[in-house]
Design a protein around this ligand. Structure first.
Ligand code: GDP
Ligand code: ZN
Length: 446
């Protein structure tokens, strides 16, 4: 350890510096609670080291220098695993827990409701940091058996991937034994949206925890940070749990299609057969992953989360409204699949261009405007015009693959002659002579 000794100045020569190994058990803003061999101390970071060394987080093994009753972290030992999270507002990534074996993604049913896409974000973070993942569904007491079964069915894709999915309730005690068995002998980190019941779980797993959490936090007078620190708790001789602050969003930082696909192993059998070797499975023709989604072989929710993570239109807290308007992957310039025209966004007069202004054909992509969630991709024929409430003209499109009908607002630069011919098309084949109805249109066959 000698090499870690701070340079001794003539003045400091008489003050011996002792170096000790320690484990970070709590992280505050600028101080760290570290368990040394025999005591728990509060450390700062050597100022000149702050940039040069890895800033420690809970779970880190560190070297602590003790000098004149002051404790300073002078080294962060290499990490086995690290869980990081991007700050969605700052575009920086920061570590939240080090050296954990297992990331337990805690979700709840009803309050707050289950959000599978949040699970996917946490899963990616776990895989990236080399942690094994597990999902713990708390508050199952809030649903009856039947409703619970329906709710948990959404999580079946994770079970298929071999990820443990546990249901529990801190109120009834259901499932807590199984959770404890999962945690035993490991260091786990609990991740979850605020309010899912992480604190309640920890208290239920070890009734003395609450007291200890209070003690650790209280000793530093850091009470006001209670909700922002992450703390390591010893549940048994080899069982540790790192409790991270509950979040409202879970940012991931930049991720490439190539990396992201590794975390979606269910894509692999299909991805190999895509027309393009480097297919991102977003907009490429001949994509077999999307074909797999259409056929129901790849869970739709998983594909949707992949797409949202890749396209960055989602921070994990997305609501239905945000799904529909945020679609950064849909570049609104396109090559018309029907007539081949190159279509640019300008001139449409609306934010979202749905069909080709030249031939009026469309492609079956959306369930709701702009959501890109149909995966069918059949060509949609313009078959009729109808007038919406506001008097606005819309084209009715029918998918030539699946028959779905959709109505789409016309754009300012749509082919007017085609629009008109669509509008009057029924008049070309009237089921009765138009003259019978007292109408005579020039050039219309009777
Ligand atoms: P945290 O923010 O994840 O730490 O969540 P808390 O542990 O503070 O719990 C949030 C709320 O959920 C509290 O009102 C708890 O009483 C409640 N809660 C926790 N676990 C359960 C449970 O198993 N069932 C029900 N119905 N409520 C729970
Ligand atoms: Zn593909």
């Amino acid at each position: 350890l000698a090499k870690h000794s701070p340079k001794t100045t003539a003045k400091a020569k008489h003050t011996a510096t002792v170096l000790e190994e320690g484990l970070v058990v709590a992280t505050y803003g600028h101080s760290w609670r570290v368990a040394l061999k025999d005591e728990l101390v509060t450390c700062s970071l050597r100022r000149d080291a702050e940039k040069a060394m890895t800033k420690p987080v809970t779970g880190d093994n560190v070297v602590v220098a003790r000098m004149s009753g002051q404790f300073t972290v002078v080294e962060t030992r290499p990490r086995r695993t690290v869980l990081t999270r991007a700050d969605p507002h700052l575009s920086t990534e920061r570590a939240i827990a080090a050296n954990a074996d297992l990331a337990v993604i805690v979700v709840s049913v009803v309050a707050p409701p289950l959000r599978p896409r949040l699970i996917d974000r946490c899963l990616v973070a776990a895989y990236r940091g080399r942690l094994e993942p597990a999902v713990c569904v708390n508050k199952v007491d809030l649903l009856d058996d039947h409703a619970l079964e329906t709710e948990l069915a959404v999580l079946q894709p994770y079970r298929k991937l071999g990820i443990p999915v546990l249901a529990c309730s801190t109120h009834t005690g259901f499932g807590l034994d199984a959770l404890l068995r999962l945690l035993r002998g490991k260091t786990s980190v609990l991740l979850g949206h605020s309010g899912v019941g992480k604190s309640s779980l920890l208290n239920a797993l070890n009734p003395s925890v609450q007291q200890r959490v209070g003690a650790v936090r209280g000793a530093d007078g850091k009470g006001r940070h209670t909700t922002t620190v992450s703390t390591l708790l010893q549940l048994g001789p080899n069982t540790r749990v790192i409790d991270t602050p509950g979040f409202r969003e879970f940012g991931l930082g930049d991720v490439t299609a190539c990396e992201l696909q590794q975390y979606y192993p269910e894509f692999a059998p299909y991805a190999g057969q895509c027309a393009f070797g480097n297919c991102t499975h977003i907009g490429e023709p001949g994509c077999q992953v999307k074909a797999g989604v259409r056929q129901g072989a790849i869970p739709r929710l998983r594909y949707e989360s992949y797409r949202k993570l890749l396209c960055g239109a989602d921070t994990g807290e997305a609501t239905q409204q945000r799904h529909t308007h945020a679609d950064s992957c849909s570049d609104s310039s396109f090559e018309c699949a029907h007539c081949g025209a190159h279509v640019v966004p300008e001139g449409a007069g609306t934010r979202h261009r749905n069909h080709c202004p030249h031939c009026l054909w469309s492609v079956h992509l959306d369930r709701r405007p702009g959501d890109r969630a149909s995966y069918c991709e059949g060509q949609m024929e313009p078959i009729a015009i109808w007038i919406r409430h506001g008097g606005e003209w819309a084209v009715i499109h029918r998918c030539s693959e699946c028959g779905t009908l959709a109505s789409n607002r016309i754009a300012a630069d749509d082919n007017e002659l085609l629009l008109l011919s669509l509008a009057v098309k029924p008049l070309a084949m009237p089921p009765f002579p138009l003259s019978r109805a007292g109408l005579a249109l020039p050039g219309v066959h009777q």
